[in-house]
Design a protein around this ligand. Sequence first.
Ligand SMILES: Cc1cc2nc3c(=O)[nH]c(=O)nc-3n(C[C@H](O)[C@H](O)[C@H](O)COP(=O)(O)OP(=O)(O)OC[C@H]3O[C@@H](n4cnc5c(N)ncnc54)[C@H](O)[C@@H]3O)c2cc1C
Length: 462
Amino acid sequence: MSCTTRRLLRSRPVKTSYFNNIVSLDAVTAAIRSEWCDYLPRTWSGVKHFHHSKHVSTPPTIENADGHLVGIKTWEPSPTPPLATLPMPMLLRSLLISTVCVKPYLLTPSLSILSFLAKPNRSFLFSIEKNPLLHWLVKRTLYDQFCIGENAAEATRNMKKMHDFGISGILLTYAKETTFDHKSKTAHTPGFDAQQSDAVKKKCEDIEAWRVGTLQTVRMTGDGDQVAIKMTGAGPVATEAFTAGSLPPKQMMDALDEICVAARQAKSRIVIDAESQHFQKGIARTYYAGRSRRLDYGVKLVRGAYMSTDERSKIHDTKEDTDEAYDSITRDLLHRNSDGFDGLKKWPRMSVLLATHNKNTVMKAHKLHQEIKEAGLHVVPLEFAQLHGMADSLSFTLLNAKGAGGETPKVLKCSTWGSLGECMAYLLRRAVENRQAVSRTQDEFKAVKAECSRRMRSAAGL
Ligand SMILES: Cc1cc2nc3c(=O)[nH]c(=O)nc-3n(C[C@H](O)[C@H](O)[C@H](O)COP(=O)(O)OP(=O)(O)OC[C@H]3O[C@@H](n4cnc5c(N)ncnc54)[C@H](O)[C@@H]3O)c2cc1C
C-alpha cells in the first residue's frame, strides 16, 4: 500500500498555512498489493505543495427546462432518466430528506434536534440507542439515507443492493471517529463512553475495538470496493498522539499493519482519511511511517467536510477560490503536470479518485479525461465518488453515460457502517453540509421530484 497526504496550500503566500482541509488531498492507497511497512517517518519537507494552473474549461453539462442535469455534452445523453434505477421506497425517502433540506423552516429545527440527540449520555427518552421508537424513526429516515448498516450483515446486504444498481464499488468506512471543534477546542467521539475516557484505562480497549471494526470493514468489501480508514476512531490515546503531531502507540501501528495485510488479501484498496485539521499532522506522519515504496499512489481529492469546526483562517476565503483550487489540482493530476508539485522530479504511477458532488467539477474532469484519452496521451486512471444518499442523480448520470470508447465511468458510493450512536457525528455533518450547499441540494430535490412525477405519469399511462 502506498499513499500520499498532500495538503493544498492557498495560492497566496501571506496566508499560507500548513494544512488546508477545505480543498484537501486525502491520503489514499491505490494498490491492491498493500502492505504497511515499518519505514522511518518522512519529514514534513517531503510534502509537496501545489501551484494552481491558469487553464479553465467550460462545464459541458446539459440541463432541462427546470435546470437539473440530464446529460453531459461529451457523451450521448442517456435515454434512461438518472434516478430510474432507484426502488420506490428509496426514492420516497430521498424525496422526504431533500424536501427537509431545501426548506429552511424544516431544516433549522431538524438540525437542532439532531445535534441535541447526538450529544452523549441522553436520558432514556432522548437516547437514540435506548429509546426504541426514536431509534426506529432516525434509523428509517436519516440513517438509511446516508449509512449502510448497523452491523456487518445488514451492511453487506445493502452493499450488494448498491452493486446491483450498477454502482462500480463501495468506499466503505467504519463510523468510529473523533472530530475536533476548533471554536470550543474540544474533541468529540460518539460511541466512546465519556466516563471511561481515562487514557490509561481505555488505551488498549479503544484501539482494539477500532482494530476489530476496521478489520471487519475490510472483510465486508469485495471486488471494486475500497476501505476508508478513520484513524481517530482508535480513541483518545491515538487522538492525543495525532494532536501532538506524533505517531500513535505501537499497538495501533501493529493494527494498521494487520489491516493493510488483510486488505491486500481481500484485494481491496485502502484510503486513509485526513479528517479534522487538528489531527492531520499526526495522521499524515502515521501514514508516512507506514508507506512502502513498492506500491502505487492514489489521490482522493475532496473539498473538506469540516468547515464548521476547522480553523477558518486555514480555509479559502470564498467558495470560488475553493472550486478553482479543486479544479486546477484535478487538471494538474490528469495532465501529470509536475509544475504543480514543488520538487516532484518523476511523476509516480498514480490513480485519481474525485470525491465530490459538484457537477461542474465532475463534468470538466470527465471531459478532460476523455480528451487526454482521445489525444493518445498518458491516461491517469480516474474514478468518481459521491456520498451514499447524496447526489444520486449525478452518480447515475455518470453511470448511464458512455465515454468515447463506449466505456462507463467508474463511480463509487462512499458509505458508513456502524451503530446509530456511532454514526451520529457523521449524520450531523451530512445535515450541515446539505444546509450549506443550497443550490446543490435544490438540484437534487428537483431531480428526485422529477423522477417521482415521471413514475406517476407512467403509472397513469400518460
Ligand atoms: C466520496 C466522498 C468522500 C469524502 N471524504 C471526505 C473526507 O475524508 N474528508 C473530508 O474532509 N471531506 C470529505 N468529503 C467531502 C465532504 O464530505 C463534502 O462532500 C464536500 O466538502 C462537499 O463539497 P463538494 O465537492 O461535494 O462540492 P460543493 O458542494 O461544490 O462544495 C462545498 C464545499 O465547498 C467549500 N466551501 C463552501 N463554502 C465555502 C466558502 N465560503 N469558502 C471556502 N470554501 C467553501 C466547503 O469545503 C464545502 O464543503 C468526501 C466527499 C465525498 C463525495
